[in-house]
Design a protein around this ligand. Structure first.
Ligand SMILES: Cc1cc2nc3c(=O)[nH]c(=O)nc-3n(C[C@H](O)[C@H](O)[C@H](O)COP(=O)(O)OP(=O)(O)OC[C@H]3O[C@@H](n4cnc5c(N)ncnc54)[C@H](O)[C@@H]3O)c2cc1C
Length: 380
């Protein structure tokens, strides 16, 4: 067992840390305030090899392993969860099924430009009446000659209003149920019948773009089908497993930002004649926050390692998502407490980490759903 980063991982971590601090950092305030995603960051990230980092070098990506991807995600999210989320959808849900199951033509048309940051991607599964129960989606894609005709509504779609294309989950054959009846189709921006109905205002992750989309008799050629017809659900489950491990880096990044801010603040804030860090209760809070982050990090690294070895890690992936997202809740909440009244004032960044963290137990499978998966894997 080797707990050291490789030289390559150390260099990569330093490079992404610099990029996040110097290129993303200056954009955060305005993007959070205006709730407009700074799209210019996507080609910048692509040019430097900071998109889809785990994808193969033959498509222009960095070809890292899952563990290095998590190192990358942590550094990104430490600076801004909202802007980071846009980059991560581009690097996972919006592109991964094209990588795994797409044709070579689809890879050249959609994947390669996404890796370069020249085309923005999104992924649409969730609907107004179908969230955790993804099998109950109502969107359909009916074959009509050499086209599919899509009808349905998608909600909460990250990158939804800025995407150049979206991978959409729809029933191609409802009679076969979710396991054999759902397919993934690529829909280009501008396709007649595909529209953004509204942008959604959020409690946190405000710089991320989140939209509701409508498909009304939207015709897409059959060569936009990703992989085999009816295999969408199994493809999704594999994608979500990888995504749950990535939540480790996401949650640790946000929690670390809150811990760093708290250590700084506790050293500066003087009450009763001494910095509040000198009160034992504050030291104990900071110690527990650091310990929980460390525990979440090692759970994440081990699940990443299992994933890289091609070993079964469904249970571990859900454990990472469940534990790390709850650590992020506890750490950001304690960080607010350490900041006292100033924590509640928008000028201090800790409120942003607290609001951003709140999302993490909800998206890509709620904490309740992760517990159902873990229990199922335990055979109960
Ligand atoms: C900011 C944001 C960005 C998102 N980005 C995307 C995106 O890019 N693409 C996309 O497709 N989706 C996206 N989502 C959707 C997200 O994945 C869903 O919100 C999530 O899966 C939960 O679904 P829901 O909101 O419908 O909640 P529901 O499923 O309605 O759940 C409500 C509550 O009921 C609980 N619950 C549900 N079923 C059970 C059960 N069987 N047992 C116990 N408890 C249960 C849940 O845990 C939760 O507490 C995004 C959401 C948000 C808020």
């Amino acid at each position: 067992m080797d707990f050291e980063f490789t030289e390559e991982q150390r260099i990569f971590r330093e490079a992404i840390k610099n990029f996040a601090e110097n290129e993303i950092g200056p954009l955060v305030e305005e993007a959070e305030e205006t709730e407009v995603y700074p799209v210019e960051i996507i080609p910048k990230a692509g040019k430097l090899g900071f998109l889809c980092v785990r994808y193969p070098e033959k498509y222009g990506a960095a070809g890292t392993d899952k563990l290095t991807e998590n190192i990358y995600i942590e550094e990104l999210m430490r600076v801004c969860s909202g802007i980071g989320s846009g980059l991560l959808v581009q690097s996972s849900l919006g592109t991964s099924m094209i990588l795994e199951h797409g044709t070579e033509e689809q890879k050249q048309e959609y994947l390669v430009p996404a890796i370069k940051g020249e085309r923005i991607s999104a992924f649409g599964l969730t609907e107004p009446n179908a969230g955790s129960d993804a099998a109950s989606i109502q969107t359909t894609a009916v074959k009509d000659g050499d086209h599919y005709v899509i009808n349905g509504r998608k909600i909460f779609i990250t990158n939804g209003s800025i995407a150049d294309y979206i991978c959409v989950a729809a029933y191609t054959d409802k009679s076969k149920g979710s396991k054999g009846g759902v397919s993934i189709l690529i829909v280009d921006k501008g396709t007649p019948g595909y529209s953004v109905t509204r942008k959604l205002k959020k409690v946190g992750n405000r710089s991320a773009d989140t939209a509701e989309l409508l498909f009304e008799d939207c015709r897409v050629p059959q060569d936009k089908l990703v992989g085999e017809e009816g295999k969408g659900f199994p493809y999704l489950i594999a994608t979500l497993k990888s995504g749950r491990i990535s939540y480790g880096g996401r949650c640790i990044g946000v929690a670390r930002a809150a811990l760093d801010a708290s250590i700084r603040y506790a050293g500066e804030r003087v009450q009763f004649g001494k910095p509040i860090k000198d009160f034992q209760v504050t030291k104990f809070k900071l110690a527990r926050m650091a310990m929980e982050i460390e525990a979440a990090r090692w759970l994440t690294y081990r699940a990443s390692w299992l994933f890289d070895q091609g070993k079964d890690c469904m249970k571990e992936a859900s454990m990472v998502k469940l534990y790390a997202s709850e650590v992020a809740q506890r750490v950001t909440s304690e960080a607010m407490q350490i900041h006292g009244g100033y924590g509640y004032i928008m000028e201090y960044p800790v409120q942003r980490h607290w609001r951003d963290a709140r999302l993490l137990t909800i998206t890509e499978g709620t904490s309740e759903i992760q517990q159902i998966v873990i229990a199922r894997e335990l055979g109960v």
